[in-house]
Design a protein around this ligand. Structure first.
Ligand code: CP3
Length: 343
C-alpha cells in the first residue's frame, strides 16, 4: 500500500482529500512544549534524533494527519555550510551576517552533510515508526529565502538587506544561491534516501521579489533543485510553497517541474488553482488565523478547500504555518469537518 499523498500524486481519486498542516509540530501542543523544554535550545531539538522524532510524531498521534513533516528548520543548511546559526529565545533566528563578497572570501562556506547526520537519522527513524499510510515529507528552504537570512543575519520585515545585495552585487548573491542550490540537492537526496517520499521547498519570501527577481532568484534556482533531485529520484514528488507568489503560480509550474504547489492564505484559492494544469497538485490555503478564530471562519474556510478538492488533486493545508495560540479543539473540529463529512 502506498501513502495517501503518493496516491493523490499518482492521480488516484480519493474519497476524502488528504490533509496536513504546515508547522504541525509546534508550540500550540503542550507535549511539544514539554519535549522542547527537555531538549534545551531549539537547535538542540533539531539535532536530537530521539526528541525530533518524538515531536514529529506528536501531531500524527493526536490528529492522524495524512502526512508527517520532518521536524527541523530551513536554517540547518547554513549551519551545515559553516555559518553560525542560533535562535534567540522568544525572538527568532540569528546568524553571523555575510553581507559582502569580501566577508564570504574571509569566511568561505562549504556544505558538509555530516553536520546533518542527526536529521537524516530522524528521517530514517520516522519512516520506521510512522503508520504505513502516512506520507513522510522532507524539506528545505528555497535558496532565496535562506540567502536572505544569511545576508541579513535575522528575519527582517521586507528582506531589504538581501534585496539591496541583489541590486548592488548580483554576482555575490549568485554565488550564495549557487552554493545553496548544490547543498539543497545533496540534503534533499539524503532525506529521500532515508525514507522521505515527498519534499517541500519553502520559499517564504517570494513576496519580497520583483517579477524579474522572482524569475532569477526564485524560479530558476528552484528549477535546478527539482532537476537535481529528480535525476537521482525520478519517483520523488516535490511541492513548492512560494508565499506571496500566487499570481505567478503558472510560471512556477511551467518552469520548475515541481509536482505540487502550496498556495498562501492571501490568495483566492479557486482563482490560484486555475493557473495550474490539472495534473499538478495544489495545496492550501486556510488562513492560520481562521483556525485560531474557529466558528464560522473555520467552517467556511474548510468548505472552500473541500469544494476545490472535489474538482482537482488538492491537499488541504494552511496558507502558512500554524500559530502558537491555535486551540487544539479547533484543529480537532477541522479534522472532523474533513473526515466525517461534518461540513
Ligand atoms: O512544519 C513543521 O512542523 C516542520 C518543522 C519546521 C519548522 N520550521 C519548525 C520550527 C519547518 C518546515 C520550518 C520552516 C521554516 N523555518 C521556515 C519556512 C516556513 C515559514 O514559516 O515561512 C522559516 C522562514 C523558518 C525560520 C524560522 N524558524 C523562524 C523565522 C522561526 C521563529 C519564528 C517562530 O515561530 O518562533 C523559527 C523557529 C521554529 N521553527 C519553531 C518551530 C516549531 C518555533 C521555535 C520554538 O519551538 O521555540
Amino acid at each position: 500500500m502506498t501513502t495517501t499523498l503518493m496516491r493523490l500524486f499518482a492521480g488516484e481519486t480519493l474519497a476524502t482529500p488528504p490533509i496536513w498542516l504546515m508547522r504541525q509540530a509546534g508550540r500550540y501542543l503542550p507535549e511539544y512544549r514539554e519535549t522542547r523544554a527537555r531538549a534545551g535550545s531549539f537547535l538542540d531539538l533539531c539535532f536530537n534524533t530521539e526528541l525530533a522524532t518524538e515531536v514529529t510524531l506528536q501531531p500524527i498521534r493526536r490528529f492522524g494527519f495524512d502526512a508527517s513533516i520532518l521536524f527541523s528548520d530551513i536554517l540547518v543548511v547554513p549551519h551545515a555550510m559553516g555559518q553560525k546559526v542560533w535562535f534567540e529565545e522568544g525572538e527568532g533566528p540569528r546568524l553571523e551576517q555575510i553581507e559582502t563578497a569580501e566577508a564570504l572570501r574571509q569566511r568561505p562556506l562549504r556544505f558538509d552533510l555530516e553536520r546533518l547526520t542527526a536529521v537524516i537519522r530522524t528521517v530514517e527513524r520516522l519512516r520506521r515508526e510512522l503508520p504505513s499510510e502516512t506520507t513522510l515529507i522532507g524539506f528545505c528552504g528555497a535558496p532565496w529565502t535562506v540567502a536572505s537570512y544569511m545576508i541579513a543575519g535575522k528575519g527582517t520585515p521586507d528582506q531589504a538587506p538581501a534585496r539591496l545585495v541583489a541590486y548592488r552585487d548580483p554576482e555575490f548573491l549568485g554565488v550564495i544561491i549557487d552554493q545553496l542550490v548544490e547543498a539543497s540537492i545533496v540534503y534533499l537526496k539524503a532525506q529521500l534516501a532515508a525514507g522521505a517520499e515527498v519534499v517541500q521547498v519553502f520559499e517564504s519570501f517570494a513576496s519580497a521579489l520583483t517579477p524579474r527577481g522572482i524569475e532569477r532568484w526564485s524560479i530558476e534556482p528552484i528549477r535546478r533543485i527539482v532537476v537535481g533531485v529528480k535525476e537521482a529520484y525520478p519517483g520523488a514528488k516535490v511541492i513548492v510553497f512560494a508565499r506571496g507568489a500566487a499570481g505567478v503560480l503558472g510560471q512556477y509550474a511551467k518552469v520548475t517541474g515541481a509536482d505540487g504547489f502550496g498556495i498562501d492564505w492571501g490568495a483566492d484559492l479557486g482563482h490560484a488553482v486555475k493557473q495550474l494544469p490539472q495534473t499538478i497538485v495544489s495545496q492550501g490555503n486556510l488562513d492560520p488565523l481562521a483556525l485560531v478564530a474557529g466558528g464560522d471562519a473555520l467552517e467556511k474556510g474548510v468548505q472552500e478547500m473541500l469544494m476545490v478538492a472535489r474538482g482537482r488533486r488538492h491537499i488541504l493545508n494552511l496558507g502558512h504555518g500554524i500559530v502558537p495560540q491555535t486551540p487544539i479543539a479547533h484543529v480537532e473540529r477541522m479534522m472532523s469537518l474533513v473526515r466525517d463529512g461534518a461540513a
